[in-house]
Design a protein around this ligand. Sequence first.
Ligand code: ZN
Length: 194
Amino acid sequence: MPLEVIYYPHPTLRFVSKPIRRVDAELRKIADEMLDLMYQSKGVGLAANQVDLPLRMFVANPTGERGSGEEYVILNPEVSRPKGNETLDEGCLSLPGLTGEVIRPKSFRLSAFDIKGNAIDATFEGFLGRIFLHEIDHLDGTLFFDRMNEHAVVDLEAGMQELETDFRSKQGTGSMPSDEDLIARLSEWTEKYC
Ligand SMILES: [Zn+2]
């Protein structure tokens, strides 16, 4: 089945993804498909949770264009030594059309692996660092509005309510499984890769 971006309030967006213990051809193909989907969706980052996979993996390219800039596939990211803070506008493919100001560290240390198993241990900052932190939040079940101040979140509430109504009505008609069934399906993936 082709990967698709899932939307708020799909419960997988709140699932804490599990570290990946093995990489095979299928997982490499999934990473490629995530990049395809990110470019098609005009995004600069996409986390596994956003394609309904409970695995600690995300893809990114700060240019948002295939063939330009640098493409990243990051596995099992761990953040340390956050420094400073910076407020910037963010959006999210899982909450289409909604944006708001999010406070995040200016720089941080990242320990992770790429899809080939090479260790990454480096300091990130700026726009790329911001993308990474947004995607790592997804892997922890955190969404960007969780990090907005309560006054700013008020501006997003109508849009969030619309997404909520749409999602719950799909569950009501049976075209979308229940939250419980959606979460139960994730174990197939964690058993295979975690
Ligand atoms: Zn996002």
